[in-house]
Unconditional design. Structure first.
Length: 234
């Protein structure tokens, strides 16, 4: 299990660019990182669970259903727990997550973590939006554990969000904690509120991006990042 791909591995797989040849790049494909998984949060707050359960029972009634019929009997409590899990980001401190694995290191090339799964809720309709996040930074004396980047994405995703703010929050958190030479965040997501209702566009994908430092100043650096995540962005 290679967390950090070797130069040869990267070259063999995708990159032919001679300039990149001379550099060492740390790339992690999150799907290959087996330590990474969504941890289950079974520590539900009892008061919150029972308040939410009552409210979801009312919602089901108000939608015209019978909350006492067999299939729905336990649904209010299940929904209450699911929603607590899906909004647990409010109780997580993303900066503390990064600081918990911050190491002094004189590595100053681009570090990329790509294809981080994103599951979030649009705050306008409380319907899910989901997709992939690609995050890069250029260290300035400090690096962080690669899985921590994915955890930061989770901590901000598991809240009521808009994709634009989610993108900025991830960028700001990394910038303000690691103080790198630059941060780049791209999120591509599909929104259920657009797919199931409203304009009913099933295939549309929303891309947001946010950059700081070198990614903003240098077209070449930004282009290298876009190239490495394999996207065609403008
Ligand atoms: Zn929406």
């Amino acid at each position: 299990m290679h967390l950090i791909f070797s130069r040869r591995h990267i070259l063999r797989h995708s990159l032919q660019n001679r300039w990149i040849l001379e550099r060492t790049l740390y790339i992690m494909d999150i799907e290959e990182f087996d330590n990474y998984s969504y941890h289950r949060n079974d520590d539900y707050n009892n008061a919150q669970t029972s308040a939410l359960t009552d409210l979801y029972r009312q919602i089901i009634t108000n939608l015209g259903e019978d909350p006492n019929r067999e299939g729905l009997k336990k649904s209010p409590e299940r929904i209450a727990k699911a929603m607590q899990f899906l909004t647990q980001g409010y109780y997580q401190d993303p900066k503390a997550i990064l600081e918990s694995a911050m190491f002094k290191e004189q590595y100053s090339q681009m570090v990329i973590v790509k294809d981080i799964e994103v599951f979030s809720f649009c705050e306008h309709h409380m319907l899910p939006f989901f997709g992939k996040a690609h995050v890069a930074y250029i260290p300035n004396g400090y690096i962080t554990g690669l899985s921590k980047i994915a955890r930061v994405v989770d901590a901000y995703s598991r809240r009521l969000q808009v994709q634009e703010r989610l993108t900025n929050q991830i960028k700001d958190c990394i910038q303000q904690t690691l103080h790198p030479l630059g941060v780049a965040v791209v999120i591509e997501a599909q929104h259920m509120c657009m797919m199931m209702r409203g304009v009913e566009k099933q295939e549309s994908c929303t891309t947001t991006s946010a950059f700081t430092g070198l990614f903003m100043k240098s077209n070449a650096t930004r282009a290298e990042f876009i190239n490495l995540i394999g996207k065609k962005l403008h």
